[in-house]
Design a protein around this ligand. Structure first.
Ligand code: ADP
Ligand code: MG
Length: 723
């Protein structure tokens, strides 16, 4: 008899325990109890193949008619296709890279098959269905009656450890359990009307009915959100206990001079975020704030003001940028905005001036030496750089603020590598242009306070986006090049974006076939630029920009483009983040279906930044009514980055948000989905805050405290930390 920590071998025997450990890393009874069923097969819901509709979740009883494993054309991997029949109609089951299943799915044998009906090549199919084969010789009626009226749990399984065997092990594990201590405080459990931990675990595996299964699943999903929020709330409280130098804004400093010279009015949104940041900086504990905002909403100015406030108070501020192109652009922008205020210690400087310096990996040795000395002596108040800022040789006189631009490119380790260069824990402002829904922010960036810029500066022109299908209307591509010529003739500039640097290298994904994507020649910068320059865009000044160029080349190209010396920039996504050239009005994105929704939104945010309207053309050969095409239509339909990031998360990445090892047994986040479970996350957050308010180190809740500690050690949580 035992608890969840009991070794599984004590319960199911050494041999079986070893198979479970090898297959899923399951070692304890608790690990097995947390290997939740993916679904249940229900006896009463067997479906006729003839009556299946696309999108239905079905379970059918059928016989294997034939099977064939074939390589995928033009790329790695194989597809196992199994045809099953109910005696009247046939249905295809497809498995990607799982040839071994052919042995289980023997021709002539019967089984139950469950999954979601899809249509591919006009034929109904189940992709990666769950199944339960009826053992040879068993009477079919009996085998089915064996779980008549019951819910047969279906588990992630392997060839050595099929689902039914896992189910048997779970039975033994349940039998072995004494009464479990529930870590969820009783008052919270009863307020939500949740089952106890033990009831929930048992009912999830062996539900009396689907309501019980749902209640169990909700309780266990809540647990995940609750433990995560507890951990994050505690972490935030720890940060508040740290001591740092308060950086109050002063009268008559750089900041005032800067505001006076600013060529535009700050938006209401900018002003209120600025206020939040100033209040944070004035505290004696470090700021930890995420600034998220629509593309073009003016985050840079907000960050620059925070940096100036810190410089005014005698400290230094560092800005960490994800690419050299962006770091160099920040220097140019700051120099422009600051004017004489950035010329400290030189002729022509303003009275209160400071200095800017740039630190990148590719700068010349003398330039680097000078930059290092400006930073170390404190002469430079503002230090801008790429990863090179994190280098050992980089020292500061008094680093008071770290600004991280485009957060998603940096991890916590990198922020920390900078933090240790300060004498006291510095204030931190991270900026992201990929807006994320509130609960995602609460989950992924739960230890940061969040400020949001929703509004765009006044006078910003809307961007019109069109999907251009070269399958349906090949001539429209010519029209796209004509539009570029027209914009250039009107004095504007254009971007052409291609997914690849060079032709040929096939980076298409193994699963494209599932989405009906063909893999034609994907556009590349090196092929496209000369074609355009000698063909449809001949006579225009066309230049290339991509990650394989030296940083001098990239920088020179960006400068020339910003100065209007280049008409058309043919580029990879190096221009995705932050690049700001107001005169660029049109962007043509080749093979747009190759990009994610948020990425496309980022890309098109490069046009329409000045006073003329922006135009973005999404060129695609994805067929109508494919998911790829639907994503493009979504991008064309709205300019709301929050909406799009939600679509993005729903379609591709929700799992990734909570960590790639989410399905691994080590993870504590198996059930939680940040979008689907928004309400649950909100209420878990409130409950977590209540508990911490009552006992800030959880000492009054020992079982809960132990559970949170377990989560904090979780590998998946490490992933979260990387933001
Ligand atoms: P993002 O939030 O995408 O980083 P930027 O900070 O690059 O946006 O700002 C986009 C452009 O808008 C820049 O050229 C910036 O100078 C300008 N800008 C910022 N704030 C305002 C404002 N309040 N009014 C007018 N233009 C602004
Ligand atoms: Mg920016």
């Amino acid at each position: 008899m035992g608890d969840l920590d009991n070794k599984l071998s004590n319960v199911v025997g050494d041999r079986t325990a070893k198979v479970l450990a090898d297959a899923f890393g399951i070692k304890s009874v608790g690990d097995l109890m947390r290997h939740y069923p993916r679904r249940y097969m229900v006896r009463g819901e067997l479906s006729d193949i003839a009556e299946l509709h696309e999108g239905d979740e079905v379970t059918i009883l059928a016989e294997v008619h034939s099977s064939a494993n074939r390589p995928i054309r033009g790329r790695k991997g194989s597809i196992l296709e199994v045809i099953v029949t109910d005696g009247r109609e046939k249905l295809a089951l497809t498995f990607f890279n799982q040839a071994w299943r052919e042995k289980e799915l023997k021709v002539g044998s019967q089984g139950l098959f469950a999954g979601k009906v899809g249509v591919f090549n006009k034929r109904k199919q189940l992709a990666h269905p769950d199944y339960q084969m009826i053992p040879d010789g068993a009477d079919v009626a009996n085998a089915i009656d064996g779980f008549a009226g019951k819910y047969l749990p279906v588990y992630s399984a392997t060839s050595k450890m099929p689902s039914w065997k896992i189910s048997q092990c779970v039975d033994m594990a349940i039998e072995s359990l004494d009464e479990l201590t529930d870590y969820l405080p009783e008052e919270i459990r009863s307020a939500h009307n949740y089952p106890t931990l033990q009831e929930a675990l048992v009912q999830l595996h062996k539900p009396a009915d689907l309501e019980h299964a749902d209640a169990a699943r909700e309780r266990l999903t809540f647990d995940e959100a609750f433990l995560l929020q507890l951990m994050l709330v505690m972490r935030r409280n720890e940060l508040k206990k740290l001591n740092t130098i308060s950086r109050k804004t002063i009268k008559g400093g750089l900041l005032e001079a800067f505001d006076a010279a600013l060529p535009f009015e700050l938006t209401g949104g900018q002003l209120s975020v600025i206020k939040e940041i100033e209040e944070d900086l004035a505290q004696a504990h470090p700021m930890h704030r995420l600034l998220q905002g629509e593309v073009g909403s003016g985050k840079t100015v907000v960050a620059l003001r925070a940096m100036l406030a810190v410089v005014d108070s005698g400290g230094q501020a560092a800005l960490l940028a994800p690419t050299e192109v962006l770091a160099a652009q920040h220097v140019r922008t700051f120099e422009k905005l600051l004017g004489p205020l950035a010329l400290g210690g030189t002729l022509g400087s303003a009275e209160k001036a400071t200095r800017l310096t740039l630190i990148t990996g590719s700068q010349s040795a003398p330039a680097r030496k000078e930059a290092l000395s400006l930073a170390a002596t404190g002469t430079a108040g503002i230090i801008i750089g790429t990863h090179a800022l994190l280098g050992e040789k980089v020292e500061f006189n008094d680093l008071g603020l770290i600004v991280v631009d485009e957060q998603h490119r940096f991890g916590v380790e990198q922020r920390d590598a900078l933090k240790v260069k300060a004498q006291k824990p510095p204030h931190l402002l991270v900026m992201t242009a990929t807006p994320i829904p509130r609960t995602v922010a609460m989950t992924v960036f739960g230890d940061l306070d969040v400020s949001t810029l929703r509004e765009l500066p006044l006078g910003r022109q809307p961007i019109t986006t069109h999907v251009v299908s070269v399958l349906e209307k090949p001539a429209f591509l010519a029209r796209a090049w004509e539009r570029i010529r027209e914009e250039v003739a009107a004095g504007h500039q254009a971007y052409v974006v291609a997914p690849r640097i060079e032709a040929g290298s096939d980076e298409s994904s193994d699963t494209d076939f599932l989405f009906g994507l063909e893999s034609p020649d994907i556009a590349s910068v090196m092929q496209l630029a000369p074609q355009l320059a000698t063909g449809p865009l001949s006579g225009l000044r066309v230049a290339e920009l991509h990650g394989r160029q030296s940083s001098e080349t990239k920088d020179a190209t960006m400068r020339a483009f910003a100065a209007g010396e280049i008409d058309v920039l043919v580029s990879t996504t190096v221009i995705e983040v932050g690049v700001d050239v107001a005169n660029a009005t049109v962007m043509v994105i080749m093979d747009a279906d190759r990009f994610g929704v948020s990425q496309l939104h980022q890309l098109r945010g490069r046009v329409g930044r000045g006073t003329s309207p922006g135009l973005c053309l999404l060129i695609t050969s994805a067929a109508a009514e494919t998911p790829a095409r639907a994503r493009l239509d979504a991008v064309a339909a709205t300019l709301d980055g929050f909406e799009l990031s939600r679509i993005d998360l729903e379609q591709r990445r929700e799992g990734d948000v909570l960590g790639s090892s989410q399905s691994g047994t080590q993870s504590h986040l198996r059930l939680l989905r940040v979008l689907r479970d928004e309400e649950l996350i909100e209420s878990a957050r409130a409950d977590a805050q209540g508990v911490i308010a009552a006992s800030d180190d959880l000492s009054s809740y020992p079982a809960l405290s132990a559970e949170v500690a377990l989560m904090a050690r979780d590998a998946a949580i490490d992933y979260l930390d990387k933001g």
